[in-house]
Design a protein around this ligand. Structure first.
Ligand code: ZN
Length: 243
């Protein structure tokens, strides 16, 4: 099959156009799964935090219960000591028991202080939990929306993607293997996936470096395939200046 440079360039430009559309589908789809994943991670973080708060509150409630029991124990000890004081044989015994009673009263004071502190901590943690739970609810709603969006986009683009894949196969079939592999190599090496560009405003449409007038004339003449001397992209044509 004999084909002119012009028809080769036309076939390359067509392939590029199809590949760019496929790139766009993948780009749009490529962001969403990541966003969904990010939201799932964020939600998991909040859930861990809520569980940790709940555990801490449970621990504080337990220590309150222990302190309350300690107070009861101290009170019954004090009652016991006071009874013993009725039956002492001397001042020394009386003073010793008084000391014990004072000690238990001090224990009660400490426990009461600790209980007060624990209640304060619980109140603070409950406020924190409420804030986190609120954010958690919001993120769960966001996730639900994103998941729906993703499902919809995948469903919508699947058909378009299949059609483009068919078109691509046909378009690639019109290009000689050596040129096709050069095209693929260039595409792999450039950031925006553009292997075939035109000259726009005296510059390469891929890297935006200036293309000299003589070179532009050669490109426009389409006698041979010319690549950009800066980025290696195939320069398929020269766009007319619009004044
Ligand atoms: Zn270039």
């Amino acid at each position: 099959m004999e084909s002119t440079v012009a028809s080769k360039l036309e076939a390359l430009a067509k392939l590029q156009s199809i590949d760019s559309q496929l790139d766009e589908i993948k780009r749009v789809r490529g962001d969403l799964p990541e966003e969904v994943q990010d939201l799932e991670d964020e939600i998991e973080g909040y859930e861990v935090r809520v569980r940790k708060f709940d555990d801490e509150v449970a621990g504080l409630n337990e220590s309150i219960a222990q302190r309350k029991q300690a107070i009861k124990d101290s009170e019954s000890l004090i009652r016991k000591y006071e009874e013993q004081q009725q039956n002492v044989r001397n001042n020394r015994e009386y003073d010793a028991i008084t000391k014990e009673i004072e000690l238990q009263k001090l224990e009660i004071q400490i426990s009461e202080k600790k209980i007060k502190e624990a209640h304060y901590q619980i109140d603070q943690k409950k406020t924190e939990i409420e804030g986190t739970k609120h954010r958690l609810d919001e993120r769960r709603k966001d996730l639900e929306n994103k998941q729906k969006e993703l499902e919809q986009i995948v469903a919508e683009s699947q058909e378009e993607e299949r059609k483009l894949e068919d078109d691509r196969e046909k378009a690639a079939g019109n290009i000689e293997p050596r040129l096709l592999s050069a095209y693929s190599r260039i595409r792999k090496n450039v950031r925006n996936g553009l292997a075939v560009v035109s000259v726009k405003r005296d510059a390469c449409g891929g890297c935006f470096n200036t293309v000299p007038p003589q070179r532009q004339a050669d490109i426009a003449a389409q006698k041979k395939i010319i690549v950009c001397e800066h980025c290696g992209r195939i320069l398929a044509g020269v766009e007319l200046r619009v004044f």
